[in-house]
Design a protein around this ligand. Sequence first.
Ligand SMILES: Cc1cc2nc3c(=O)[nH]c(=O)nc-3n(C[C@H](O)[C@H](O)[C@H](O)COP(=O)(O)OP(=O)(O)OC[C@H]3O[C@@H](n4cnc5c(N)ncnc54)[C@H](O)[C@@H]3O)c2cc1C
Length: 409
Amino acid sequence: MERTTCLVVGGGPAGMILGLLLARAGVEVTVLEKHKDFLRDFRGDTVHPTTLDLLDELGLGAEFAKLPARKLDQVQLPVGGGVQTFVTLKNLPGKHKYIAMVPQWDLLDLLARAAAAEPTFRLRMNTEATDLIWIDGRVGGIAYRTRDGATGAIEADLTVACDGRGSVLRSAAGLPTRKWSTPMDVWWFRLPRTEIDPAGALPIVTARRVAVLLDRGDYWQCATLIAKGADESARRGPVEDIMRTLADAAPWLRDRVDALTSWDQVKLLEVKLDRLTKWYTGGLLCLGDAAHAMSPAGGVGINLAVQDAVAAARILAAPLLAGTVGTKELAKVQRRRRFPTVVTQAMQRFLHAWAIAPALDGRIDIAGAPRAPMPVRVLRRIPVLRSVPPFLIARGIRPEHAPHFARCV
Ligand SMILES: Cc1cc2nc3c(=O)[nH]c(=O)nc-3n(C[C@H](O)[C@H](O)[C@H](O)COP(=O)(O)OP(=O)(O)OC[C@H]3O[C@@H](n4cnc5c(N)ncnc54)[C@H](O)[C@@H]3O)c2cc1C
């Protein structure tokens, strides 16, 4: 059987950051990713100021700056036929006063290249963990299957599940989970974008449609919210209806009402919100969405996953090197990251209940209203309150910094 010190399952933001940081500490680390590359659509593209700071600390800021990024420094709301600024990040403390919108595969490729420079790092693409291996009552590694059908097993001192919201490993471990219902699922599709379109992220809320358009340069990545479970019946209707309702709210989209011609262009993403009550068992730790599946509300799940990985690397590197990692250290990671997770998920539940569900029920129509809703107007008028949403969205709760062993600056 193959063997490593730390086996990270899942090459998403959490897994790649953890792999890189542990390798820089000199820990033998293998990351498994089930896909052949990182080139998948429908990943969140947001890189938050705390992650940008982290990349600087890791000496990757200059490399990152070469990626095709759009800088999102404000959120605008279409109101009464016009567009109003809802949140601005321009007054944030720190060097990065914006969220970088970068295709996630570019970020993951960059992390993979940086990690490949470390002699103790190994990345195995096309390799899917299928089950846990138990040795003397604790997790001793995983069984895997490769894309060409080969099977095998890898033993490890510690296995870290970073395999996302459908985590196979956390199910196999039977860790207790708390779940919350969510009012929505998401349709995800692309639209052409012109240089005279508005820029940045653009939420559209009407009585018939709730959507967010994300500026990706020459196209818009569109997330349209639908009521939970409504996909099947909606697909019996005309797909053109999606663009017609969007164009009613945002008239500058009228020249693109024919952009969607087939339901194949519209992907369904099921939204989940849950959290493990215990993130670990002997030999296994869950991080990122595998420990706490995040809703897209607020676009903060990637940042939280990255921060989990940084904290875990800082706490676990020394015990992994010494061969002494046990449940005490794993519990320490959970203690460190539970609070930001609880608060962030509480904010998402608030957004679900007070903004998304009423909008999906047709009780809120911001685009059709003559002026912005009252909470938005209050936020805009009171400077102290105005700074809270940008700070929470952009920097999050309890940001983590690169441990000394991983720093290049
Ligand atoms: C519709 C939608 C839109 C979202 N938009 C945003 C956004 O704009 N901004 C934001 O911050 N958050 C967003 N989120 C939340 C965000 O996607 C997650 O919180 C974040 O991706 C979690 O990162 P992760 O590394 O924990 O997991 P993931 O990003 O899910 O990565 C898991 C990785 O593990 C791999 N994997 C899975 N199973 C296995 C296995 N068995 N073996 C090997 N590899 C495996 C997967 O291929 C994947 O690469 C969105 C969520 C949804 C549902």
